[in-house]
Design a protein around this ligand. Structure first.
Ligand SMILES: [Zn+2]
Length: 208
C-alpha cells in the first residue's frame, strides 16, 4: 500500500492518496484542494482512481472534491449520511479559505456506514463511525493504516464546538472503537503529522 500526502488550503487540510500496488487501484481520502496535483501524481504512478472517501463533511475536507466536480471530473464520492448537511454548507465557509464562491452543491454518490463493504483492489476497508467532531464522522482502516479524519490527531483530538459536535461522543468513539485496533496501526489524520495507536494510547491526554 502506498500512501501520499497532499496538504492544501488556508487551514492545511491533509488529503491522503492511497494506492494498492497489487492492482494499481487508488482512492483519495478527503480532498482539501489541489486536485490537479493529485491527478498528476496518480498519472505518474499509473494508478486508477476509483473513488473518494470523506472522513466527514467539513468544508476544508470536501472543497477539492467540489472543485473537481465543477471542472466536470466525476469520481464517485462516499460520505456518511449524518454529515450530508455539513457538506451542503460549503458556500458559507469558503471565505475562511479565502476562496470566492459560490460553488455548486457537492454531488454525493453514496452514503456509507459501518455496514458498508468497500475495497481498494482486493483489500477490504474497515469503516468506523466515530461521531463527536461531526455527527457523521468516519475513520477508515486499510491493513495497518488508519485514516482518522478530524477525530484523532497526533496527541490531540478534534474540536467538538462546531455544529453537531459532541465531546462525550468523540471520547466514546475513540475509546470504544479506535483504541481497540492493534497498537502498531499507523494513524493518518486530517491535519498535522502521522502517529500510531500505541503513541496515542501512551501520550494523548484525552485518551489516557
Ligand atoms: Zn473537521
Amino acid at each position: 500500500m502506498k500512501v501520499q500526502l497532499f496538504v492544501e488550503n488556508a487551514i492545511r487540510t491533509n488529503s491522503w492518496v492511497v494506492i494498492d500496488e497489487e492492482t494499481d487501484d487508488a482512492i483519495i481520502i478527503d480532498c482539501g484542494g489541489g486536485y490537479e496535483k493529485i491527478l498528476d501524481f496518480l498519472n505518474t504512478q499509473n494508478a486508477n482512481l476509483k473513488y473518494i472517501l470523506c472522513t466527514h463533511g467539513h468544508f476544508d475536507h470536501i472543497v477539492g472534491i467540489v472543485e473537481m466536480q465543477k471542472n466536470n471530473i466525476n469520481v464517485p464520492v462516499y460520505i456518511n449520511k449524518n454529515d450530508e448537511f455539513l457538506a451542503y454548507q460549503l458556500n458559507d465557509m469558503l471565505g475562511i479559505l479565502g476562496i470566492a464562491g459560490p460553488y455548486p452543491k457537492i454531488n454525493i454518490d453514496n452514503f456509507v456506514d459501518e455496514t458498508s463493504e468497500l475495497k481498494i483492489g482486493n483489500k477490504n476497508i474497515q469503516i468506523f463511525q466515530t461521531p463527536g467532531h461531526t455527527p457523521g464522522g468516519l475513520c477508515f482502516k486499510i491493513e495497518n493504516l488508519l485514516f482518522s479524519g478530524d477525530s484523532l490527531f497526533h496527541r490531540e483530538i478534534g474540536r467538538c464546538d462546531l455544529p453537531g459536535g459532541n465531546f462525550h461522543s468523540l471520547i466514546n468513539s475513540l475509546k470504544s472503537k479506535i483504541l481497540t485496533v492493534p497498537e502498531q496501526t499507523v494513524v493518518y489524520p486530517g491535519h498535522g503529522s502521522v502517529t500510531s495507536i500505541k503513541e496515542e494510547k501512551l501520550f494523548n491526554p484525552y485518551l489516557k
